[in-house]
Ligand binder design. Structure first.
Ligand code: ARG
Length: 461
């Protein structure tokens, strides 16, 4: 078992079946730069504790740098004999600096504390990429809201016409969950920035290596408080998987709106050609595939989270090989969001909104009935009675096939003596929207204020 990390106590090498099952280099190779960063830090700790001479330490760092360059250029690849990224890199280091020096690096560390640290480093890096992409999407949403400050659309509950709202208000309602996702990533990164390095296999170190030195070199805040927890906990990975799943779910809700708005029946928007797809048979088709893929991939992100939680459930302490299953799901979640988010942002930034169509439909479905009721309340009518009067007016108009705004004085009076003609002052969608000026409401002034707050929160997350 030449070049392996273990073997002396075994009479034979691993069977081919075991090797095939055990091998992880096809997915953990992406961790090589983090493994090398860990090795640089570990070499410094070994030198500080007197296990490497200054010259050995220098040659060690130089050898690790060669490996990093070779990995980046593609010249360094794992061989079939390598079980995982750690073993492959140790073998490569020994080939580079010789067995005498290369064999010293493993002192005082285990693959268990290594992998627990590396996965954090990988996720912290990609959390930054994802946060940047989420921020770009928020910017695209805010730009569309800003470009359509007065456009009014039908607001819906139960997918039924409810009350008119500003398009900007609705768009910003899709941005807020993304702002919270940014904040989740930021909060998570504080918990993630802890270094299990130095925990060894599970029980901690004997060699007097300085774990804070390692943490500092890796850009992590401090060493893990408990070596068993540090090497075997994966809640940090699961929490990351949750945040990515939540981003996927948030995108899927926006995607669903876009898909519906893009239908002929709604006609609220047209997607740019560069962000739409065609059909192989129907020449006229223009499909919202980005939104559909975003919606579909939310399922995949949720699956990655639930698969990981299932792996962790009831797993005894400390390290178990099951934990190797933590990586592929989150690597997939990272890769998924890193392609979905830029496409989604481009789709939003280039969409054209049909504000006349939205305005035309905004009063439909008696969406100003609440305004009539509240107009009565302002005149001293108890809301219970106001609700009844407004409901009766809706029924009378529905029977006649007309809108609330079409009711003449005679009809208003017939429905209730409380409905004098001045009620018409609230029967406009602009009046309705403008009057909802309470905190967080859809009035233009509130929505503009909200937009500044949204931008500030997104920027500071
Ligand atoms: N490849 C393993 C993982 O991803 C790390 C190696 C630990 N292996 C071991 N036999 N203790 O979790």
């Amino acid at each position: 078992n030449e070049g392996a990390l273990w073997g002396a106590r075994f009479a034979s090498g691993p069977s081919p079946e075991l090797a095939a099952l055990s091998r992880s280099t096809h997915f953990d190779w992406v961790l090589a730069p983090y493994d090398l960063a860990g090795s640089h830090a570990h070499a410094a700790a070994l030198a500080a504790a007197g296990y490497l001479t200054p010259d050995e330490e220098r040659r060690m760092h130089a050898g690790l740098d060669v490996l990093a360059d070779d990995w980046a250029s593609g010249a360094l690849v794992a061989s079939d004999a390598d079980e995982d990224v750690h073993g492959a890199l140790e073998a490569a280091l020994i080939a580079e600096v010789g067995p005498e020096l290369g064999g010293k690096l493993r002192a005082g560390r285990s693959r268990n504390d290594q992998i627990a640290t590396l996965v954090r480093l990988y996720l912290l890096d990609h959390a930054r990429v994802i946060a940047r992409d989420v921020l770009r999407l928020i910017d695209a949403i805010v730009a569309q809201a800003q470009a359509h400050p007065d456009a009014i659309m039908p607001g819906r509950t139960h997918l039924q016409h409810a009350q008119p709202v500003l398009l900007a208000h609705h768009l910003q309602a899709h941005a807020w969950p993304l702002v919270r996702d940014l904040e989740r990533l930021r909060d998570w990164s504080v918990r993630a920035a802890v270094s299990p390095y130095g925990g060894g296999a599970l029980a901690g170190a004997t060699l007097g290596l300085d774990p804070q030195l390692v943490a500092d070199r890796l850009g992590l805040a401090r060493p893990a408080e408990n070596s068993i927890d540090g090497t075997s906990a994966r809640d940090v990975v699961a929490e990351f998987a949750f945040v990515t799943a939540m981003i996927g779910v948030d995108l899927s809700r926006f995607a669903e709106d876009i898909i519906i708005w893009n239908t002929r029946e709604f006609g609220f928007l047209t997607l740019d050609d560069g962000y739409s797809t065609g059909s192989s048979i129907m020449p006229q088709k223009k499909n919202p595939d980005i939104a559909e893929l975003a919606r579909g991939k939310a399922g995949r992100l949720i699956g990655n989270l639930s698969g990981l939680l299932a792996t962790l459930k009831a797993l005894p302490l400390a390290y178990n090989r099951d934990l190797q299953e933590d990586k592929e799901p989150v690597f997939d979640s990272v890769a998924t969001l890193e392609v979905v988010l830029p496409a989604f942002a481009g789709m939003v930034a280039t969409a054209r909104f049909h504000t006349e169509r939205m305005a035309e439909l905004a009063p439909a479905g008696f969406s100003l009935a609440t305004d009539v009721a509240e107009w009565l309340v302002k005149r001293g009518v108890p809301f219970r009675d106001a609700h009844e009067v407004s409901g009766a007016l809706v029924r009378a108009c529905e029977e006649r096939g007309i809108g609330l705004e079409d009711a003449d004085d005679a009809l208003l009076g017939a429905v209730s003596p409380l409905l004098d003609p001045s009620v018409r002052e609230v029967l406009s969608i602009e009046g309705s929207v403008g009057s909802r000026a309470g905190a967080g409401g859809t009035a233009g002034v509130r929505v503009a204020e909200q937009r500044s707050e949204l931008t500030a929160r997104a920027q500071s997350a």
